[in-house]
Ligand binder design. Structure first.
Ligand SMILES: C[S@@+](CC[C@H](N)C(=O)[O-])C[C@H]1O[C@@H](n2cnc3c(N)ncnc32)[C@H](O)[C@@H]1O
Length: 227
């Protein structure tokens, strides 16, 4: 089981997801599975707007106050690290480290306010890549924000291939953001993963998006089943 003291439960908002994944009006009407969704407020905000969003993450074995306590325990440390490396980040979407801190708190509180009722409604389910419990082709779109490719050192190429194939088993299209690893370099898995998926008959496209916090981290991978 996941250990909470090894997790940094930082989440992003609906607006950030829209930018990271270039989600247009038609995309937002799709049934969406957001894997590794953690304490993002994408589901809470999207559900309030009538969107069909399902989130999964191993983190959801925990209760709201456990995740909340962990968030506030690591918040200042993380923001201090960001302040100390201020020039290594792009300050556009968030104007400064203090604005980033305020956004992350806003997102976290939005998530906690929705989590318990959302869990009861089945919108937040425990799910761990590379094996999800959903049945095949349940969703039109699946998203992975800040998990695949970001943790390239912790998860190897085979894990990434299996995880993306799993996303495509349960959805018609998968989008992944960012393509940079934690060291801010392009993930070494991109090329072998792309080659492997294309050999299996998938189409992989890399697109520039208008969201960038890690310098050069403004690209998203879109994978679809080729006909
Ligand atoms: C940095 S957070 C990203 C949260 C959210 N997607 C966002 O962008 O705001 C990474 C998430 O990956 C989840 N995670 C870790 N291992 C996982 C696995 N094997 N399968 C799915 N999610 C996993 C963690 O629990 C955590 O919530």
């Amino acid at each position: 089981m996941m250990k909470l003291d090894q997790v940094v439960p930082f989440g992003r908002s609906l607006d950030e997801y829209i930018h990271m994944f270039s989600l247009g009006a038609a995309d937002l009407q799709k049934s969406i599975l957001s894997v590794a969704d953690g304490p993002a407020s994408f589901n809470a905000e999207g559900t309030a707007k009538g969107y069909q969003i399902q989130s999964c993450d191993p983190l959801y074995v925990f209760e709201a106050d456990e995740i909340r306590d962990r968030f506030y325990a690591v918040l200042d440390d993380i923001i201090t690290q960001v302040e100390n490396t201020r020039d290594s980040w792009v300050w556009q979407y968030h104007a400064s480290p203090s604005e980033l801190r305020a956004h992350r708190i806003e997102v976290a509180e939005r998530f906690y306010a929705d989590y318990t009722q959302g869990k009861k409604a089945g919108r937040y389910t425990v799910g761990t890549l590379p094996q999800l419990s959903d049945s095949a082709s349940s969703y039109e779109l699946s998203l992975s924000s800040h998990f695949l490719f970001l943790y390239s050192e912790q998860f190897d190429t085979a894990f990434h291939i299996a995880a993306i194939q799993e996303m495509l088993r349960v959805s018609a299209e998968a989008r992944i953001f960012p393509l940079l690893a934690l060291n801010q370099r392009r993930s070494p898995h991109i090329l072998p993963v792309t080659r492997h998926l294309e050999r299996l008959g998938y189409q992989c496209k890399i697109e520039t998006v208008d969201y960038e916090l890690q310098p050069g981290g403004n690209e998203m991978m879109r994978v679809i089943k080729a006909n």
